[in-house]
Unconditional design. Structure first.
Length: 232
């Protein structure tokens, strides 16, 4: 289990997957994203996930738990159905949610699908998983109300702190000049903003705003006393 394999997952033999207690997976999202072609299992980037699902039933020491993260579009896909079927047959109890950091009070919008599976003590007895998920904390927005979102400034470090590394997070001036030259659509947030997003492949392109992606800045415009720079 401690051996390091250097090759694509879909090329690995079954022995490479033995004895891992926890599998944490985040398969390529392009086959399921709303801005992609949504080829699902027909997309070659699903090969690694399919290889894992093919190997799982044959393992002598399968994982005790599996956690998968992906875009919301994964839910309801053929890959999702295959995942559910394989894990049910292998004796896993499962739980799944679509969660967003804003539900937990963080000013960042990134809805993602989370799938948790725990292997039953007696895999082929469906109800042999009492309390499997009962110890999980209450999920805001699922089991309870969302936590009020706090502004970005409550999560930021001040550059005046000794040993600050914030200058390393500043957007290079050359890139800012390029954005002006090519008329990019920079998406900026300020200290009082209650929402931000992450960078995507569409960031800065002419279609960025028209795709509805320019709603919350992944760049933070700092205060003038800090130099008035942008940070990711």
């Amino acid at each position: 289990a401690n051996e390091l394999w250097r090759c694509s997952i879909d090329k690995l033999p079954n022995e490479a997957f033995e004895a891992g207690d926890l599998w944490v997976m985040s398969p390529p999202c392009q086959p399921f994203t709303r801005t992609g072609k949504r080829r699902d299992l027909d997309d070659p980037r699903c090969k690694a996930l399919l290889r894992l699902l093919d190997a799982l039933p044959a393992l002598e020491r399968p994982p005790k738990a599996i956690l998968l993260e992906n875009v919301p579009g994964f839910r309801g896909s053929k890959a999702h159905a295959r995942l559910q079927a394989v894990l049910a047959e292998a004796g896993y109890a499962t739980e799944e949610h679509v969660l967003d950091p804003t539900d937990f009070g963080f000013p960042n919008t990134r809805r993602r699908f989370y799938f948790l599976a725990v292997r039953r003590a007696r895999p082929h007895i469906a109800d042999d998983a009492p309390g499997t998920f009962s110890d999980l904390p209450t999920l805001p927005g699922v089991d309870g109300p969302p936590i009020p979102v706090r502004p970005i400034q409550e999560f930021c470090m001040h550059s005046s702190k000794e040993g600050s590394f914030l200058h390393e997070l500043q957007v290079p001036q050359a890139l800012l000049r390029q954005s002006q030259k090519e008329d990019w659509e920079l998406d900026l947030a300020t200290a009082s903003s209650l929402a931000t997003k992450t960078f995507t492949s569409s960031y800065g392109k002419a279609s960025y705003g028209s795709e509805g992606l320019s709603k919350a800045g992944p760049l933070l415009l700092t205060a003038a006393e800090d130099g008035g720079t942008c940070s990711p």
